[in-house]
Design a protein around this ligand. Structure first.
Ligand code: G6P
Ligand code: MG
Length: 224
């Protein structure tokens, strides 16, 4: 069992953990679903969190059993259209869109010389970090196009530990998605779930919202 003093660094998911952008992914996909006459459900709302762009589209098409009605080319075009709309939405981000409590948490980690990396499935992550003016906190950002498998596979969080130059068991991963918690656990890191505990029950530590996350609370969960 890890003690807090063993911890070397933190690997952060981005959408829904640092940035208030999960709502934009949802909004952009809902527009596509509506055009395709596919009903939007709570399962889709949580299911698209953490998984890559094409997997999200497949989840949506499969929910209505219509994946085979589209050619690869048509699927690529739908995913591109979603991303174009998403990029319009994230173009409006400002430093105020860092989720509540998280800038303070990043400052706490920095003051305690704990290093940080980004473990997001999003190809838009570097752009969002710039818009939020938080790029400088991180020693590196995982490039999701360079890993073999997306979340829930361990690859993205394993790569985030490498960027931190730390053994995975000394890394704490923060996530708002079930796929992301599975990725952290599979990478043998310590998982922190932020959001609905029912959906994130596989996390080692749970917080109801980003505003609840403090270094003292993480520490108290690990020291016993
Ligand atoms: C994050 C989000 C997912 C999104 C994925 C890919 O993990 O939680 O909802 O599908 O990133 O994002 P991208 O910006 O590359 O389409
Ligand atoms: Mg997320």
């Amino acid at each position: 069992m890890k003690h807090f003093d063993d911890i070397k660094g933190f690997a952060f998911d981005l959408d829904g953990v640092l940035a208030d952008t999960a709502k934009f992914h949802s909004q952009a996909w809902q527009q596509i679903a509506e055009e395709l006459k596919i009903p939007w459900t709570p399962e889709l709302e949580s299911g698209i969190k953490g998984i890559d762009r094409m997997s999200s589209l497949m989840l949506i098409l499969n929910s209505a059993g219509v994946a085979d009605n589209y050619t690869e080319e048509q699927k690529e075009a739908l995913a591109k259209r979603k991303n174009d709309h998403y990029q319009e939405l994230i173009g409006t981000l400002t430093p105020d869109d860092v989720l509540p409590g998280m800038r303070k948490f990043l400052d706490e980690l920095k003051a305690n010389h704990l290093s940080m990396s980004i473990a997001s499935a999003s190809k838009n992550a570097p752009f969002i970090l710039e818009k939020l003016a938080i790029s400088d906190y991180f020693v590196g950002v995982v490039d999701p196009s360079k890993v073999k498998e997306g979340k829930p596979a361990p690859d993205i969080f394993a790569e985030a530990a490498k960027i931190l130059n730390a053994d995975p068991t000394t890394v704490i991963g923060l996530e708002d998605s079930a796929a992301g918690i599975a990725s952290i656990n599979a990478a043998d890191e310590i998982s922190v779930g932020i959001g609905d505990k029912g959906l994130l029950h596989e996390a080692k530590i749970n917080f109801p919202s980003t505003a609840d996350v403090t270094l003292a609370k993480v520490r108290s969960h690990l020291n016993w």
